[in-house]
Design a protein around this ligand. Sequence first.
Ligand SMILES: [Zn+2]
Length: 429
Amino acid sequence: MEVEFLGGAREVGRSAVLVDDALLLDYGLLTADPPQYPVRDPEPDAVVVSHGHLDHVGAVPALLKGDRRPAIHWTPPTADLARTLARDTLKLHGNSPLCPFSAEHVARLGEVEHRHGYGEPFVVSAGGTDYEVTLFNAGHIPGSAHVLIDDSVGRSPTGDRTQSDNGDTRLLYTGDFHTDDQRLVAGTTARPDADAVICEATYADVTHEDRRAVEDRWAERVKTTIWEGGTVVAPAFAIGRTQELMLVAEANGLTPYVDGMGVEVTRLVRQYPEFLRDPEALRRAKGAARFVTGRDGQRERIARDNELIVTTSGMLAGGPVHSYLPEIRGSPTNAVTLTGYQVEGTPGRELQDHGRLAINGTVRPVSARVDSYDFSAHADRGGLESFLSDYEDARVLVNHGDRCEAFAGDLRADGYAASAPAIGDRVEL
Ligand SMILES: [Zn+2]
């Protein structure tokens, strides 16, 4: 088996790994204007998608251009999230000639998709080889999957492993994963046998603060601010983070307003209770929340009204958060609680580092209190190490991180056969 890294190697964004020139794992977009795709415009026979985040699924409709019709395999939540994200991309960039796809390509998803649950092996034919593929819960967001690809399946009808030249490799592609439970999804526990592992490394340098302590600190800040007469704006990614904050809010007796794409995503994931850790808790959280329509100055009113507002976008790059922040920025009684990693160059990072609100070309001072909370959906250093401890004899290829090479070096020092391929690298397994 040979793998080629088309994106998401030594970087975060536009994930794409091509197996044997025919089977594609993920096809993501890097958020920028215009958005960036993986390299080399591949023409796979089949695609398996790990989860419904933009950097893993965002460019998939572009694979359906012309008469190309690769089969697409994913979980049901990923299938729906892919469409939600595609519609959003069209809304933002649809008029640009650089937009990677059109509404027509999105509509074609229905012609080629196959939906699979966790732990249900299926056969994918690509480039003349039959691969047995199995998805396992990755504990990142609803529907997120580790992808196990076994290329020996087509050559051994009894199911015994063969040593033919053609294939005897089991590759585990982790996608994004978390080893700890979140309120929305349970952490990953599956450790299928594999000869090679492509492992994400987003938080390879980080040790997360205990999750319950983060929740308590956040809830305390929200309660104190509201009690003192202020409003709290909690910018949050639509997929995963918004629902997680709703669950934390409900568990702490808080009744947030929820705004932005997270509203639609909440409805969407509730249709798949088997992919949630506690569907009943999410039902209660939805009951406690108030969804914002944004009509008739509603946002400005809410902002003045001593409330908790959970809204997109998580890094302040757009979305309804732009309506709330100008209203609350001037008073130290108000608070902004950043709930995720803020990428360099985003308005969220500017606020975090310099206490300035830089949106729509204007920079304004912020007197409101700004705090950061690590509600990560990724394994930290300890989580990555504990996951990989089940793969001591496997080849480990590190991807999806800012310091992949350093992490691979540390793994080598610990005795692993580890490396961090660059974009464009081909690796024989
Ligand atoms: Zn992700």
